[in-house]
Design a protein around this ligand. Sequence first.
Ligand code: BGC
Length: 805
Amino acid sequence: MNDQKKRIDILLGQLTLEEKASLCSGRDFWHLEGIDRLDISSIMVTDGPHGLRKQSGSGDHVGLGESVPATCFPTAVTLASSWDRELLKDVGEALAAECLEEKVSVLLGPGVNIKRNPLCGRNFEYFSEDPYISGELAAAMINGVQNKGIGTSLKHFAANNQEFYRMTIDTIVDERTLREIYLSGFEKAVKKAQPWTVMNAYNQLNGEFCGESPRLLSRILKEEWGHEGLVVTDWGATNDRVEGLKAGEELEMPGNGGFNDRKIVEAVKKGELDEAVLNSRVCRILELILKSEAALASDHKYSRKEHHELAVKVAAQSMVLLKNDNQRLPLKKKGKIALIGDFAENPRYQGAGSSIINPTRIDSALEAFKSSAGEDYTVIYARGFSTKKDIIDETLIEEALALVKEADQTVIFAGLPPSFESEGFDRSHMSLPNNQLKLIETLLEADPKAVIVLSNGSPVELPFLDKCDAILESYLGGQGGGTAIKQILLGEINPSGKIAETFPLKLDDIPSKNYFPGTPRQVLYKEGLYVGYRYFDRAEMEVLFPFGHGLSYTEFTYSAITLSSREINGGDKVTIRCKVKNTGTMAGKEVVQLYVRDEESTVYRPDKELKGFEKIELAPGEEKEVSFELDKRSFAFYDVDSRDWQIEDGRFEILVGASSQDIRLWDTLTVKSDFSVLAGEADRTYKSIYKRIHYIGKGDFEKLLGRSIPPEKAVKPYHKNSTMADISGTFIGKQLKKHVAKSFAEAFGEMEESTALMMDSMLAEMPLRSLVMMGGDKFTENMMKGLLHMVNGRFVRGLFLFLKK
Ligand code: BGC
């Protein structure tokens, strides 16, 4: 037994039942409980994921009160477009260095939820529509952080793919889709990097709160995948604490004022909760505390300058050149360059919500251009539009037009203002604001050579695509994004990012369009495996830009694909090699992608799936060999009947290319397997469903689910998971909503528009149980019970209970 295990054993013997229960929840918003008499310290955790949001004091300010200055790296959508594991590891190490200086033990990230639909308000905080790249990059980042002795929190486990009613909604998804799409990113990250904590999601999954699902937390996460760390609730996700603990949840955050700790003690005393279960949960919490104590024992300092330089480098390696006809980019370093659009001066560099960082500095593209302007070129700037209100302002447009006419080259900075996408609510459309569309249209008429730079956290429709030559997707580039944009536009850096999501032509094309975001009670994942390119490629749908797409200022040619074997037994590994040469004149990096296609199968399968990628750097004329190792999972599907990953005997195509639709090399191999699909699984096949993806009926979905669609829970009688919106039709509900809205306003003061919108949906969607968690002594469980009696029409009884407190 090592020293730490010995100490934990001793501590377990010394802790009283009450102390053990107290360790299972936070001391406050950001600290775990400690026990002074036993020298167990109270450690701190902090958001995440692309920077440190350390707030002093015990409360949360949802990004309102400033947190300590920290480096704001590009958000996950941007990081993912780098397709660069090393870079993600570097970011992880830098984040850990900041945690070490700030004495923060766990950074709350990364998030690997799948981008099921581009409208999810929080997509900027997630990597991809594909679980393979999500898992690979998350693992790299986690390893980077944890190598330095700081923990991570892989979130939000699981199937939390929208913001709409995220606290209570029930996600209904079939087992195969769950395993292949929504869990496998988590699985990869857990197996490859052992995050010290996993954060369970707010929502319900197939009828159970994620935090109360023994299957998800104990059987899948702990037993099947071997997760050694602890499970922490998302902030305020607790529904029934004792059930959560039994299911496999260790830590409740934030603190509950002792309310749920008392329930744990009571449950043990009544024999409803085995103390051995509590001990095993406490053990994992102690392990985390002791590990962190060791890492934070000495003092550390990081260089703000070096971290800023890293933030610039990462942004420059991640931005994606979507279009570059007539070699419009790089810009020529001469004459007058007009930069148009508010985002040139006031960059949109991060997303709104719990991930907001207070950056150590912010580079705007305007400053960056100006600082390197001189004799070669000069810079002129016009705002063009307001990001505060989507109103077409002819004066701003006229002013911009005048500059464009005067300039030799024009760059238009467009994108989504924070009030368009944020944690807490989803988008309702994929358009850019009207005032920007009008500006772009007007300026492109005057200068069809104008270049567009986009800043957004998720795909937008591009009605002007055919009218412009060049588009750079800068996503949300973090505090160094402005400099990175300048470096790419001026050709100082060769762009090498590729989108890790599909840009559809329009909202209507998205497979989950009719099933997103569902009703306030239930969302049905009727599209099954047909998410992102898995659908678009299978249906041969035209898209704006396919998954994996991204251009460079140089050219790459692919050749000489070889397979280490043409026939393997399912379970054996096979190595694929190919050569890639830089045939252009500029040094550059290429992301080489490998997809696998099952030529024929009994079960339905996507057209192809990403199973490998490598990013390589090549000087002009240089050629390199790239190799990929494929294993059982590269060919397997999740078989519901045998509850395992299985391969069907037959031929598979190996496709190597520059995007999911730009396949440059291919070959085939035979995989031998004696597995045969049972009738049950074959029945669940969705082979041709993509042809009518928007009209999947109850019967089809039930076949896939293998059971009936559970009925939506009735709104009445109201219960503890009824929301403020549910009860807002009642007199009491109205008063309560007003009261809570007032206390939010008092607590948070003046808010940014995006935060105000987030607060509005938080308020409407808040389950009544949250009042107890937030209310402390002011709103007790009895009061909630009283309230429920009142809104359910038992006024006198309810009032009596309410007043009793
Ligand atoms: C978010 C988490 C975040 C936590 C703490 C929650 O609302 O969903 O991602 O880590 O708050 O701020």
